[in-house]
Design a protein around this ligand. Sequence first.
Ligand SMILES: [Ca+2]
Length: 240
Amino acid sequence: MGNLIDVFVDTFRVPNFNSSRQMRKLRFDIEQDHKDIVTLLESVKYGIWQKVWTILETKPYLVNCCPENSRWTVFHQAVWLNTKEQIIKLPDLPTIDIEVNTKEAAKGFAMTDGCHTIINATSFSTSADNFANAVAICSGEGSNLVEVRTAEEEAWIWLQSLIRRFNILWIGLTDVVNQNKYVYPSSGRKPIYTNWEKGQPQIGTNEDCAALQTGSRKWHDYPCHHKMHYICKKPAKHFA
Ligand SMILES: [Ca+2]
């Protein structure tokens, strides 16, 4: 006994697994897996995705692994570095755990003062709705159509949108009551954080409801009758 690998080998020292050749192979595999995990993360860090996919082709189970002294997986790292094309591909791996929080989003969770619910995420092809219905449906379950209050919260919302292939989604912000005065639907208050695309929102149009575009990670105003996906957020006080 001594190090963890020895313990692991001892655990598996069972009748059909007792030749020294097999044990050497296991030892080799564990060590090689660890090297591969480190290589995976380093490759992501430097954008060498060809290497990442080569490793994951033969060892897809490594996608959720963190090397020692790290709490990052390939997916975390890809999200953190905002490598969009790869983030879109990663959830297609049958082994991936997309419910993991990113470091960025984890920071956001502490600051968002509430709990997010993704409406009908598994059947999103039928769950898109107009802005008024999105507000009403969230409200009906004791939530609000998500009002993006920090960049970290936005990062989490963007990620959820991305991995579910939403091109765009409603966020809780509208000037339908007073033109060009955007407010939160839940309180009528002015936003404390915005991330409009340059030239947005457009003044004097029929576009009175705000949406986050996944591609640009920026906000645009849209006609409120458009149907989009959306996320509800339950205020923290709901759980008190
Ligand atoms: Ca408007």
